[in-house]
Design a protein around this ligand. Structure first.
Ligand SMILES: Cc1cc2nc3c(=O)[nH]c(=O)nc-3n(C[C@H](O)[C@H](O)[C@H](O)COP(=O)(O)OP(=O)(O)OC[C@H]3O[C@@H](n4cnc5c(N)ncnc54)[C@H](O)[C@@H]3O)c2cc1C
Length: 363
């Protein structure tokens, strides 16, 4: 039974979906986002850190007009942060300059949806996408007819599967919670056995911090909740509310992101910086291209492959560099606390700064 018709159907209302919707709707087309959750952005499963536009531009120099894409109301910039403190297993730390801010991710996602709605896009919540059948999207509420479908449905994308696109390989599990207290204005990342193959974090907000751990299934032997509890215990973190977990793509972009009249974007496409798991900026940069190309495709036949060509031109090189750097860390630094400590000491602040910014660490 067809219950809805639209030009562009977007599955998922995270940063990738809402940004795609905003730029497709700006072309004057009918655009529908569907979201399986009852409320956008809830629960929060994120570290809630956004790099400044300058830092994003530094990582992706070919990305244009970042100020306007990443402009957010002042009340969404909860705390300006000045740097990243990297702590090795011996608790020796290195402070790197890095500017950005923390936000409330649920309110941030709602803000991005409101920008899409202002352009005319509509959102249907409580609407689980199941599969594509006979060119229609089968959802929990009935079938949806569309001209272009976009999978912005996160790391385990059902849309990608339905379109015959590759899955994200080796996603890393990660959990997060809020902790009470006053913290210095910098991100702290803890490496070693506390979060094997990844890191534990404290990201300050106002009067509290977002805290969490992620790990690589290749190096971890315990459960995620076990690592989180031991991390929180070791640092005396007084957590509030539930811990929430999710997977993070760790191997960079999937090899194809367009198939027939469908595209995937954001985590669904592996648009994540694999050295640190950050994916909001990349989801939004790719979402802007995706929405614009979807609109032009319907209006004047522009090939959907232009989306893939454009995001690759802007993001592929830095994202691949991040994958390469993470593989170096997997090979030489992770697996034992002693090795992690030695490698971090050998790299020093300058090279670790390059690593965080998706650059070559040698020479
Ligand atoms: C613990 C953790 C901490 C993180 N911290 C940071 C950070 O501090 N900074 C940063 O930049 N990145 C961070 N990331 C990564 C970041 O959260 C993601 O890269 C980003 O959310 C990607 O946006 P997206 O829109 O592609 O996917 P998502 O934000 O995951 O949105 C996907 C949406 O699709 C919906 N959906 C999924 N399946 C269906 C379906 N079948 N039908 C309908 N709807 C569906 C979901 O409910 C969800 O709302 C973190 C990730 C994790 C797990």
């Amino acid at each position: 039974m067809v219950f809805h018709k639209t030009d562009v159907l977007i599955v998922g209302s995270g940063p990738a979906g809402s940004t795609t919707a905003r730029f497709a709707a700006a072309k004057g087309l009918s655009v529908t986002m569907i979201e399986r959750r009852p409320e956008v952005g809830v629960p929060v499963r994120c570290g809630e850190f956004l790099p400044s536009s300058e830092e994003i531009g530094d990582m992706f120099p070919k990305a244009a007009d970042l100020e306007s894409l990443f402009e957010v109301p002042g009340d969404l910039r909860l705390r300006e942060l000045e740097g990243i403190r990297l702590v090795d297993p011996k608790m020796r730390s290195t402070l790197l300059d890095f500017s950005g801010y923390t936000t409330d991710r649920d309110r941030f996602d709602k803000h991005l949806v409101s920008l899409a709605e202002k352009e005319g896009a509509e959102l249907i919540t409580d609407c689980l996408f199941k599969r594509i059948e006979d060119g229609r999207a089968v959802t929990a509420l009935g079938d949806i007819q569309y001209k272009v479908v976009v999978g912005a449905d996160g790391p385990g994308s059902r849309v990608a599967r339905s379109l015959g696109l590759p899955a994200n390989r080796m996603p890393y599990p990660a959990v997060t919670a809020q902790a009470k207290g006053d913290f210095d204005p910098c991100i702290v990342m803890f490496f070693g056995g506390v979060a094997p193959g990844a890191y534990g974090w404290i990201i300050p907000k106002k009067g509290q911090a977002n805290v969490g751990v992620g790990f690589s299934p290749r190096f971890a032997s315990g459960s995620l909740s076990g690592y989180f509890d031991s991390f929180a215990g070791r640092h005396g973190l007084e957590t509030m509310g539930r811990t929430e977990g999710k997977f993070v793509p760790s191997e960079g972009p999937i090899s194809e992101t367009v198939s027939g009249n469908g595209m995937v974007v954001g985590d669904a496409a592996g648009h994540v910086i694999s050295v640190n798991g950050g994916g909001i900026p990349t989801a939004m940069i790719a979402g802007r291209i995706c929405g614009s190309v979807a609109g032009d495709h319907i209006l004047n036949g522009r090939p959907l492959n232009d989306y893939q060509r454009e995001w690759r031109d802007i993001m592929l090189k830095p994202l691949k560099k991040a994958v390469f750097n993470k593989k170096l860390a997997d090979t030489f630094a992770f697996g034992s606390d002693a090795r992690t400590a030695i490698c971090m000491r050998m790299l020093g602040g300058r090279r670790m700064g390059k690593l965080i910014r998706c650059r070559s660490i040698f020479p």
